[in-house]
Write a protein that binds this ligand. Structure first.
Ligand code: BGC
Length: 267
């Protein structure tokens, strides 16, 4: 090994998979840069999205990624996200997914189906980890909250770069309603709200979270972060609020990062 190699340990690429309500997306992640190597691969989520049907699609996505020249070794672990609470590999909530997931050992299911180690984390937690390491939260000390606006509202609670897992701030009760039922991106479309009307709901939501946690920074993720100019300038908060930087790759990158750290492949 040359001196140069000793100083710069090889960053093995890792596979990350993001399970969503409409698509199951995967990529090979360069963990040094926090970016995908090559294209993202996406397969529509099967309907009904039962555990076995989803596991089959995850296997298909991993197979496609593994056939590429840049693929990591076939036995390397795979990081996966899921849109619900995951504790010790078990799915403990299923707000916007098939209820048959409840109490499924998703780590065990996917590890068996893929024949390689798999660990699953909450989708917003994955996005939060990726943003904190490579994106809008890079180098920010104190509390950073990543809020994803999509089908539901996801949240990641990060303190000094460390994730406090499974914060479910999309389900805060605000004005008598589950917050995500009114203020998610899908609720905006469903209710035909203008950006101005939607901003009123976001103002209510973010002021409440700000009051509860006094974060240093809010990062807004989810597909709607692309339209941040339409609503962020209308919000009046004492906390800085910025759009996510990794866009729709954050979940894939965060899932790969989490499992790499867990397996001592990255720090
Ligand atoms: C779920 C969260 C998830 C979020 C975004 C919510 O309904 O409870 O676990 O992170 O949706 O998918």
């Amino acid at each position: 090994m040359s001196k140069k190699d000793e100083k710069s340990p090889k960053h093995e690429p890792m596979i990350g998979i993001d399970i969503g309500g409409t698509g199951i997306k995967g990529g090979i992640v360069d963990l040094k840069k926090g970016k995908l190597i090559g294209d993202r691969f996406r397969v529509p989520t099967p309907q009904p999205a039962t555990p076995d049907a989803v596991a089959d699609v995850v296997a298909k996505v991993v197979e496609e990624l593994s056939s590429r020249d840049d693929a990591p070794s076939p036995s390397s672990p795979v990081g996966v996200t899921f849109p619900g609470i995951i504790q010790h590999g078990i799915v403990l909530s299923a707000a916007n997914v098939d209820k048959s997931w409840l109490n499924t050992d998703i780590d065990a299911l996917l590890t068996k189906r893929l024949g390689r180690p798999v660990e699953v984390i909450n989708d917003a937690d994955a996005a939060g980890l990726a943003e904190a390491r490579y994106g809008a939260g890079k180098g920010v000390d104190g509390t950073v909250m990543v809020i994803t606006l999509g089908t539901g509202i996801g949240s990641a609670f990060i303190f000094n770069g460390q994730l406090v897992p499974n914060a479910e701030l999309g389900h805060l009760e605000i004005d008598g309603f589950d917050a995500e039922s009114k203020a998610s991106a899908v609720a905006r479309e469903r209710d035909g709200l203008s950006w101005e009307e939607y901003s009123v709901l976001l103002q209510r939501y973010f002021s409440h979270v700000e009051f509860l946690f006094s974060p240093e920074l809010f990062i807004v993720g989810g597909g709607i972060s692309k339209r941040a100019d339409e609503y962020l300038p209308r919000l009046d908060l004492r906390t800085k609020i910025v759009p996510a930087e990794l866009k729709n790759e954050a979940g894939i990158v965060g899932a790969a990062l989490e499992i790499a750290v867990h397996h001592n492949i990255a720090k």
